[in-house]
Design a protein around this ligand. Structure first.
Ligand SMILES: Nc1ncnc2c1ncn2[C@@H]1O[C@H](COP(=O)(O)OP(=O)(O)OP(=O)(O)O)[C@@H](O)[C@H]1O
Ligand SMILES: [Cu+]
Length: 818
């Protein structure tokens, strides 16, 4: 593990397990914020323990399931209910959001409540007779959070923000231009009328920048003051206002140095980063709307007597038969049962060419049947479809931010007051310690404020994370957990399962031995209960032979072994159960087939093996290349399979993998992962089946194949939408790079701030120089972050040139003014 990343012994929150900056103790535990503490009290230790035992617990998902399949930004009102939006202050982490939401929901008269942590916004639907806005506000305030009217529409309106930035950029550039002569020190030598004209011009140009363009910061700073929290806005506002105020005083007293450019530049640059942020959020919003349009509301379900009835898509249950005609959207994930069609799956594959579908092909909700007619067997409810899942992920990513971001926010909470204190101290030390004149002391204090502005930290990290998420999306990877990017850091071992991951998982029934043929009908009936590739193959084989399997009255699936149950009064088991007795001829046959690399599935009647199904599987076409790339990246590749030695060894040989383990039970797979971790490895596990779920959960990074079992997808941190192994390799490479860059950025801005602060305090950097240095550092950090998007070298060069050029120019200009 990288020693630079994980602090050795950090105090973590008892509830959300985030590092604790300011401890909030309660009953022997420590919490990171009072939101966590109150939520813990509300839920109780037992409930918390239960929730934590669940895989991938994510506090934002504690909320009860949404009404609509695709979460809508604001619940529709109607039916005698009223709608209230509250802006919230002081939400420290996602738990705080959950807490407010829970308490609001429990308030009498409230129909629905939803807190968007990212926007610090609560939307409440209530019955006007039984609840009123005042009471709702009080309920939130009693929890210790600030409530205000949601920021006026203009604030969330990125157009306004862009306008503010545009004005700031143009006027700021003019201020810069006219400041050059000021820096050159001409001013006092100029005739008074020119001095007035030039100084007045600078003043006139910077007023709109500071007070109109900078209004969001000023208002934010005011809110921060009234709530006694130190925020970034406060720092920015103080820096800009103090530079402005100082310059105004100098101008009125006909002094020498004017720093109007500093106050304007600070605002301009921070507006740029704000715009970037809002832009990425808006994009997520647009994606959500796009996804919602793909959702079908109704479906044509086939009834038992062959007629078609229209039902709501969300009422479909697994096993339903649904008819999809040309031009229709597929309402739920499933497999094609009859018919052929060209289906447009571009919403998740990105490929415009429709895919041919035939019986047996998987189809996904939201895809469009361009031509043809299909009957589909629904595999999962519409609420659990890839489409709904994608939308939920986007919503979570949009609302919750991520750990790095929150970490950066926490750092800011300590950093901002420290900087304010340091600025005051600098001023005091110069004025009264060193006996410097007022204006020198003031200038040095202002320089500290400006140089410390940690915008690099607050801009670069979200940009890098967003860029990485976008790359993953393009590679066909869905982030299921918001920390999916950090989890990829430092992976050195990749464990894979065989069936369905290294191989296509489309088994072919090669041979049947003993009574296997005669038992195929009853066996298929049992296998209807299982999602395992073996089960799918046997059911298909039965259908191909004209048998119509009906679900067995009792069938029990045992992951990693097979199915057992009673069919026509006989106890049958299909699969590898340990206590079976084997007739010698079948045992020999099984050994032979295994040695030849085949998967052998015994069927036993009353505990005695009666027949064998001998199946073969094909390696995915890209497996060899994917494995080679993983190894080239310095990763160890290990197969962990539940299948027999023979087939696993054969697959390993074909894929070019030297380490493998066969016949692992689902629990043993997870234990293998843990054993590797105990040896200090960081493990990514790639799997597709129920038997992989435990391993996927325990792995540092669980990657589930999208076409695999639901449970596997729920357990993994990533889902591979397109079943290409190379996508996983791409994703691993991209995220490793992104994490490296994020760390570089955090390190860089830390070093920068630590190095620059004493310089500013010592009076070696004027405010103008400080602003230039800050701009250059932030821009380079931003450019670094954008590297994640793998911009072409040429574009990067231009960017680099532009950034360093601007930085250098500003530095030279500032310097020449000294
Ligand atoms: N539904 C089933 N019907 C029949 N046999 C089964 C079934 N499920 C599992 N088995 C048997 O148990 C073995 C182990 O299953 P498991 O799901 O753990 O691994 P696998 O899918 O074959 O391989 P991998 O772990 O590489 O995906 C299978 O090879 C098969 O012989
Ligand atoms: Cu917390």
């Amino acid at each position: 593990m990288d020693p630079g990343l994980e602090p050795v012994a950090v105090l973590t929150c008892h509830l959300c397990e985030e590092p604790v900056v300011t401890p909030f103790p309660a009953e022997g535990h420590t919490f990171c914020c009072h939101g966590c503490r109150e939520l813990w009290r509300l839920l109780g230790e037992e409930e918390v323990a239960r929730l934590k035992a669940q895989p991938g617990i994510n506090w934002a998902r504690l909320r009860p399931p949404e009404e609509s399949v695709i979460p809508s930004p604001a619940p529709a009102s109607g039916g005698g209910t009223a709608q209230l939006e509250l802006g919230l202050d002081g939400l420290w982490c996602a738990s705080c959001g959950v807490l407010v939401e829970t308490v609001l929901r429990r308030t009498p008269g409230v129909v629905a409540a939803r807190v968007d942590y990212g926007r610090s916004l609560a939307s409440v639907t209530f019955e006007p007779g039984r609840a009123d806005p005042l009471r709702l506000r009080q309920a939130v305030e009693e929890l210790g959070y600030g409530v205000h009217d949601p920021l006026p529409e203009e604030d969330r309106d990125s157009l306004r923000l862009r306008r503010r930035f545009g004005v700031a950029a143009v006027l700021g550039a003019l201020v810069m231009m006219f400041s050059v002569p000021v820096w050159d020190g001409y001013l006092p030598g100029l005739p008074a009328s020119l001095y007035d004209a030039l100084g007045g011009l600078l003043l006139a140009l910077s007023v709109p920048v500071v007070f109109w363009s900078g209004w969001p910061f000023l208002r934010g700073a005011w809110a921060a003051l009234t709530h006694r929290v130190a925020t970034m806005d406060l720092l920015v506002a103080l820096g800009s206002l103090s530079a402005f105020g100082y310059s105004l005083a100098v101008f009125l007293t006909r002094g020498r140095w004017l720093y109007f450019d500093t106050s304007a530049l600070l605002i301009t640059f921070l507006l740029l980063s704000r715009n970037l942020e809002v832009g990425s959020r808006n994009r997520a919003g647009a994606v959500m709307q796009g996804l919602a349009r793909l959702e079908s509301r109704s479906a044509a379900r086939l009834t038992a007597d062959g007629t078609v009835e229209t039902v709501a898509a969300r009422d479909l249950v697994p096993g339903d038969q649904v008819l999809v005609r040309t031009g229709g959207r597929i309402p739920a994930d499933g497999t094609v049962r009859e018919g052929r069609a060209a289906v447009d799956e571009s919403w998740f594959t990105g490929e415009a060419v429709p895919v041919r579908k035939a019986p047996g092909s998987p189809v996904f909700a939201g895809s469009l049947a361009v031509e043809g007619r299909l009957v589909i067997t629904v595999a999962r409810r519409a609420q659990a479809s890839m489409l709904a899942e994608t939308a939920r992920m986007v919503a979570v990513a949009q609302g919750e931010g991520n750990r790095w971001q929150r970490l950066a926010d926490r750092v800011l909470r300590v950093f901002v007051p420290a900087v304010l204190a340091l600025a005051l101290l600098t001023f005091a030390a110069w004025r009264w310690g060193a006996g410097a004149p007022w204006h020198t002391a003031l200038l040095n204090g202002i320089a500290v404020l400006i140089i410390a502005c940690p915008c690099a930290l607050s801009v670069a990290t979200p940009v890098a994370v967003a860029a990485a998420a976008e790359r993953l999306g393009r590679a066909g990877i869905l982030l299921r957990s918001p920390d999916g990017i950090e989890r990829a850091a430092g992976i050195d071992t990749v464990m894979l399962d065989k069936t369905g991951t290294l191989t296509l998982g489309r088994l072919v029934l090669e041979e049947m031995a003993g009574d296997a043929g005669a038992l195929l009908g009853p066996v298929a009936s049992l296998e209807l209960a299982s999602e395992h590739p073996v089960a799918v193959t046997l059911v298909e084989a039965a259908r191909a032979r004209g048998l119509q399997p009906q679900p067995a009255a009792s069938a029990r699936v045992e992951p990693g072994r097979g199915v057992e149950g009673t069919v026509q009064g006989r106890r049958l088991t299909v699969g590898r159960f340990p206590e079976l007795s084997w007739p010698e001829d079948l045992a020999a046959r099984a050994r032979g087939a295994e040695a030849a690399g085949r998967t052998v599935v015994p069927v036993a009647r009353d505990g005695r093996v009666a027949g064998l199904y001998i199946l073969s599987d094909t390696l995915r076409p890209e497996t060899v290349q994917a494995v080679a790339r993983l190894r080239a990246a310095g990763l160890r590749v290990v197969i962990a399979s539940g299948d027999g030695e023979g087939p696993v060894a054969a697959a390993a040989r074909a894929a070019g993998i030297t380490e493998w383990q066969a016949r692992l039970s689902p629990l043993e797979k997870a234990e293998r992962v843990r054993a590797e971790q105990a040896q200090g490895h960081r493990v990514a596990f790639l799997g597709d089946g129920i038997n992989d779920a435990a391993a996927l959960m325990h792995a540092d990074l669980g990657i589930a194949m999208g076409a695999g079992a639901d449970i596997a997808r729920a357990a993994g941190h990533w889902t591979l939408v397109s079943p290409r192994l190379t996508a996983a390799v791409d994703g691993l490479e991209d995220t490793r790079k992104a994490v490296r860059i994020i760390r570089q950025n955090l390190g860089f801005s830390l070093v920068y701030n630590l190095a620059a602060l004493p310089l500013a305090a010592a009076g070696w950097a004027t405010p103008a120089l400080a602003a230039a240095a800050m701009l250059a550092s932030s821009a380079s950090v931003l450019a670094n972050a954008l590297r994640v998007l793998a911009w072409s070298p040429r574009r990067l060069l231009w960017w680099g040139l532009g950034v360093t050029g601007t930085g250098a120019l500003l530095a030279v200009l500032a310097w020449s003014g000294l």
